[in-house]
Design a protein around this ligand. Structure first.
Ligand code: NAG
Ligand code: NAG
Ligand code: NAG
Ligand code: NAG
Ligand code: NAG
Length: 642
């Protein structure tokens, strides 16, 4: 999170030096942290369409990576309530392959939108050349219940919040934006505000299969990143890219009754790498670099690899949060923290000394530090005689698969047994070749996620590295299409637990509850699904559109592989020249995909991603609880435990 600050100072230096070359739209925006979106777009659109690059990205890379995507065939007819994600992925690729595009941007942005609208945060195309700006509207919105009625409002803390971005941004805003704080929104772009919010959820948000969860992602909300409270702009006010210049609202400002129409401009915030003109923009932001494509881990890199396991990850990339903006101080908890703070968890004891709160911002960061933070928080709760536990998972984007299982195991006790799901990978022909080749090369988990010693049999015994769990494969039929998976297996997370696990639950599991806004992705979704499916843990979801369901979990794939990861798997298995192998990208970008499926305990034929699981409790945000974690926890304490 240091990068934006570093960049800002780099810009300040650059903007003094740069002399825009006439007719170079990139030189015109170079060195500026904030610009008008149309000016940024002129730079992005200055690179002509290039068929070589399209075939490199689409045909030789993405179409072949899709062979590994576990959910491909589910998209042909996505089961309700996720039906609006239905699409024929191969037909979409064929369409993008045939469309005439004027610019390289137009091609990449079409591909970006197609992948985003699969609504799977694990399966996305990020072309670095064109995700280098984030549009910011000085009017983030929230859904609040006021006097018993839910409505959409411009965030009441607008002035404090937007001012945190500095005058570089606010000086460019040509309207009197401060007076919009707390305004009631009557319409956006001529539509009912909740209808427009759902439109954004379906066209901009991505990441989450459930539309209700995506709706919450459109609103502004609090989160905890790198031990610091911050506030998301939300997908209406802070989308990736510069697709729009302004939005027209009808609204009633605070303390007025008059409806007025106001057009609010977006300002584009630069989050890419510094440049001075068109050529250096392309060179610094668009061309493949070290780390774009994978490496053969058997080479020199392998000798320096540690002997610890590669840790599988399940997370989303929230590009629209590249701009970390602090949560205004009046919303930050006033209670002292208890336990450790190695990076992603802050813990508190509520004033009655009955309820402990762990705000788990993600499952990323320091792998061991997460575990010691959990131990020290729970020790502190027990010393204080706390008997209830609230876990806040708001805007938790996931992280290490094994930290989700660790938290579940710690709360359920080691006597509970295996803390994870049954899992499998897709058994496409190249995947089967990789496993066979890894075995022949004598590789193990030091080199590859594909080798069997990453996994265990259902009886808990670690699979030997030379066990071939892809052959024979397991045929399955999804939406009438024949496919094949590997044999199912368990994770081996307990081998990476660094602290002793209590044999029995530290708290009566009936007294453990979860709060969130449903934006709980991947490892976070798997953790909450384990708590719900195995222990019927009570979950309260806040926000959303009135009258519309919202799932408690956002996106429950399993393990994600970045393009770098699957590319390294292929190269390490000596299969780079196989005709089925995706080829190195010429551009800087990442096509990531959901590589493993987690299967539900409630219906072992269904991936948990496709099991509809609604929270037992649902609350709107209010002027008291929106943006205010401590007030929200006090409210939840009463609802859960009174
Ligand atoms: C298209 O891109 C390729 C790969 O970067 C490059 O070699 C080629 O010169 C480009 N073609 C044109 C017409 O710019
Ligand atoms: C795209 O079109 C080219 C040229 O017709 C073809 O070789 C390639 O296989 C197509 N790729 C996809 C993904 O459809
Ligand atoms: C609206 O009125 C309330 C109560 O009089 C006041 O506290 C608040 O500052 C006013 N808000 C605005 C935006 O003028
Ligand atoms: C909670 O515990 C703290 C620390 O022991 C103590 O100071 C405080 O009075 C307690 N509060 C209640 C309501 O018992
Ligand atoms: C666990 O299952 C595997 C595969 O069926 C078997 O080879 C192994 O011996 C079993 N281990 C134990 C401890 O039962």
């Amino acid at each position: 999170m240091l990068r934006p600050a570093f960049l800002l100072s780099a810009f300040a230096a650059l903007s003094r030096a740069a002399k825009p070359a006439a007719g170079d739209p990139c030189a015109a925006v170079a060195g500026q942290a904030f610009v008008h979106p149309a000016d940024a777009l002129a730079c992005l659109k200055s690179f002509p369409f290039n068929e070589t690059l399209r075939q490199n990205v689409l045909t030789n890379n993405i179409a072949r990576v899709f062979d590994f995507f576990t959910f491909e065939d589910y998209y042909l007819d996505s089961p309700p309530p996720f039906q609006e994600s239905t699409t024929n992925i191969r037909a979409d690729l064929a369409r993008i392959n045939k469309t005439s595009y004027a610019t390289d941007y137009d091609f990449n942005w079409d591909l970006y939108l197609f992948a985003t609208q699969l609504n799977d945060g694990h399966t996305r195309w990020f072309p670095d050349c064109y995700t280098s700006y984030q549009n910011l509207l000085p009017a983030p919105i929230v859904s609040l219940e006021i006097d018993g009625v839910q409505g959409v409002y411009i965030t009441p803390d607008l002035v404090d919040f937007v001012s945190l971005l500095g005058t570089g941004l606010t000086d460019l805003i040509t309207i009197d934006w401060q007076r919009l704080a707390g305004a009631k929104v009557v319409s956006i772009e001529g539509q009912d505000p909740y209808t427009y919010v759902e439109h954004i959820a379906n066209t901009v948000s991505g990441n989450y299969l459930d539309v209700g969860v995506r709706v919450n992602s459109v609103f502004s909300s609090y989160r905890l990143v790198a031990n610091t409270y911050s506030q998301r702009f939300g997908d209406l006010a802070g989308p990736t890219g510069v697709a729009q210049n302004s939005l027209t609202f009808k609204l009633i400002v605070a303390n007025s009754t008059k409806v007025e129409t106001i057009t609010i401009p977006y300002i584009a915030s630069f989050v890419g790498l510094p440049f001075t003109d068109r050529d250096s923009y392309w060179a610094n932001n668009c061309v493949a670099v070290d780390g774009t494509n994978g490496v053969d881990f058997k080479g020199s890199a392998a000798s320096s690899r540690t002997k610890s396991r590669k840790q599988p990850k399940g997370d989303i990339v929230d590009k629209s949060s590249s701009n970390a903006v602090g949560l205004p101080p009046q919303f930050q908890p006033t209670l002292p923290t208890v336990g450790g703070d190695e990076g992603v968890i802050l813990s508190y004891i509520l004033p009655e000394n009955k309820t402990g709160v762990m705000f788990i911002g993600s499952f990323e960061g320091d792998f061991g530090g997460f575990q010691t933070d959990v131990v020290s928080a729970i020790d502190a709760f027990q010393e204080a005689g706390v008997t209830n536990l609230i876990i806040d998972l708001t805007n938790n984007g996931g992280g290490f698969v094994c930290l989700g299982q660790f938290l579940h195991q710690y709360l359920a006790g080691s006597n509970f047994g295996y803390p994870g799901f049954q899992s499998s990978a897709r058994a496409n022909p190249l995947a089967r070749k990789i496993v066979a080749s890894d075995i022949e090369l004598g590789l193990n988990f030091d080199f590859s996620f594909y080798t069997a010693d990453n996994w265990a049999f259902f009886n808990g015994t670690e699979m030997p590295a030379d066990y071939n769990y892809m052959t024979p494969d397991v045929p399955i039929v999804i939406n009438g299409k024949q496919d094949a998976t590997s044999q199912r297996f368990h994770d081996t997370c307990e081998l990476s637990f660094e602290v002793p696990i209590p044999e029995t639950p530290p708290f009566d599991l009936k007294n453990v509850a979860i709060v969130s806004n449903g934006n709980c992705a991947s490892t976070c979704a798997m953790f909450s699904t384990l708590m719900f499916e195995r222990h019927q843990t009570k979950i309260a979801i806040f926000g959303g559109k009135p009258g519309q369901d919202i799932q408690y979990k956002g996106m429950a794939g399993n393990q994600v592989l970045e393009w770098f990861d699957i590319s390294s798997e292929i190269k390490t298995a000596n299969l780079q020249d196989d005709p089925l192998a995706p080829q190195d990208l010429l551009v800087s970008g990442d096509f990531r995909h959901n590589w493993r499926t987690a299967w539900s305990f409630l219906d072992e034929k269904l991936p948990i991603a496709y099991v509809s699981e609604l929270p037992q409790l649902r609350f709107p945000y209010t002027l008291g609880t929106y943006n205010n974690p401590e007030k929200l926890w006090l409210f939840a304490e009463e609802k859960f435990f009174a």
